[in-house]
Design a protein around this ligand. Structure first.
Ligand code: NDP
Ligand code: 8X3
Length: 252
């Protein structure tokens, strides 16, 4: 596992950043992706003390930039062993008749099409080498729908479908495909969903003990360290206080 190269989308925050740190601490070389350059620079500075780090700045919605950036990788980083398709967010939380088309576009374009573009840019080399591992970060929202979750949930159901489809189409080509589907994780997710309303965002994680990004990172690490014949195909994880999207044991 040491010195393998992993590309992580959405490495500037939350789950992606925790996965990047965990990989770096375990000796993997990491390619950190995101749009916020100052955060990419800060994480690169931190992780460069313990491993080899490269950063790529692109919006996953920008198809040409995705291909251009991944093609531009220096030789030392160009063979990608592990791809973590993590970049994504919810935008808004409204009943369908009150939803905003810009939010819908963002969720479908980032969570679904962006994941496809990055996968398309990385896959050919994995197919050629007959080896590689892709982990798609889905969600409990990709397994069940909840009121006002409509389009976000649809985008994560698409990730679930793509995870299955990729595994079928790549069967026999030596590439592992799997999903990790977390429930509520305390990240900047709700801040993005509620467009910077931090007070509203904070209430999502109050009154119970939610998952932390590190919990998801440790689960991803478990998946990537299984023996060659074992593929974690589809794993759903929630905090103890969560039973489903709608059932959370809040004590306050
Ligand atoms: P954060 O908001 O903390 O992180 C989101 C990451 O995605 C950031 O690094 C951001 O980077 C990146 N990103 C967002 N939009 C784009 C874009 N257009 N192009 C490139 N990168 C982008 O949220 P989380 O860590 O919680 O979310 C990570 C993943 O986990 C998402 O796919 C989310 O759906 C999923 N998830 C989250 C759960 C939760 O409760 N938090 C539960 C289940 C799944 P930057 O802004 O720098 O581009
Ligand atoms: C994030 C979890 O419940 O906010 O995927 O949709 S939830």
């Amino acid at each position: 596992m040491k010195h393998k190269t992993a590309l992580i989308t959405g490495a500037t925050s939350g789950i992606g950043r925790a996965i990047a740190k965990n990989f770096a601490q375990n000796g993997l070389h990491v390619i950190l992706c995101g749009r916020r350059q100052e955060r990419l620079d800060a994480l690169q500075k931190e992780l460069s003390k313990i491993t080899k780090v490269h950063t790529l700045n692109f919006d996953v919605r920008d198809k040409n930039k995705v291909f251009e950036q991944i093609k531009s990788l220096p030789k030392a980083f160009s063979a990608i062993d592990i791809l973590i398709n993590n970049a994504g967010n919810a935008h808004g939380k409204d009943p369908i008749d009150e939803g905003h088309t810009d939010d819908w576009d963002a969720m479908i374009d980032i969570n679904v099409k962006g994941l496809l573009y990055v996968t398309k840019a990385v896959l050919p080399q994995m197919v050629e080498r007959q080896s590689g591992h892709i982990i798609n970060i889905g969600s409990t929202a990709g397994k069940e729908v909840y009121p006002t979750g409509n389009v976000y949930s649809a985008s994560k159901h698409a990730v679930d479908a793509l995870n299955q489809g990729m595994r079928m189409d790549l069967n026999g080509k030596g590439i592992k495909i799997g999903a990790v589907n977390p429930g509520l994780v305390e990240t900047e997710f709700s801040e993005v969903r509620f467009k910077g309303d931090t007070q509203k965002a904070d209430t999502v994680y109050q009154g119970y003990t939610p998952l932390q990004p590190q919990d998801v990172a440790e689960t991803v690490w478990f998946a990537v360290t299984r023996p060659p014949h074992v593929n974690i195909a589809d794993l759903t994880m929630m905090c103890l206080d969560q039973a489903s999207s709608m059932i959370v044991n809040k004590t306050s």
